[in-house]
Design a protein around this ligand. Structure first.
Ligand code: CMP
Length: 140
């Protein structure tokens, strides 16, 4: 089934100058980018995006990190892309991520973990709409 999912290249990976390497992994695996932009998140925008984590102990630190520099936000499209992209990212904690995954290659730690990906159809729908208007999404 063709799906769309939200990807964020986080401030740590943008600072390490590996955005292109991450995008290459996606393209080499047959995933299409249908929307893309770089932006610096305000606290309000970051808090709204991660509202499901607002009661977690790491929330303030996560918001500090996500607002610490520019991010690259993308909508990815492809067959079963939600699960496929999650496999390419690897585990949230890079210490537990499989060899060759994006997080194993480029993450710093469990918080500064290089990339985000939606975890289900419903969250992908919320997250893609959170960052992109319909006219920013391209048919390919
Ligand atoms: P992400 O997939 O974007 O979803 C929530 C984010 O919170 C996660 O990636 C990490 O950046 C961060 N996170 C998750 N668990 C922890 C943790 N235990 N400590 C610090 N940050 C975390």
């Amino acid at each position: 089934m063709i799906q769309r999912t939200l990807s964020i290249i986080k401030p740590d990976a943008v600072k390490k100058n590996v955005s292109g390497k991450i995008i290459s992994i996606l393209e080499e695996n047959g995933i299409k980018i249908v929307a893309i932009k770089m932006l610096t998140l305000s606290r309000k925008v970051a808090e709204g995006f991660y509202y499901v984590h607002k009661d977690k102990g790491f929330f303030n630190s996560l918001i500090d990190f996500m607002t610490s520099g520019p991010v690259v936000v993308m909508i990815l499209e492809g067959d079963n892309v939600i699960e496929k992209y999650r496999k390419l990212m690897g585990a949230t904690n890079p210490e537990k991520a499989d060899a060759g995954t994006i997080r194993k290659l480029y993450a710093t730690d469990i918080e500064k973990n290089a990339v985000h990906g939606s975890d289900a159809v419903e969250t992908a729908d919320f997250e893609t709409r959170y960052f992109f208007n319909a006219f920013e999404i391209n048919e390919r």
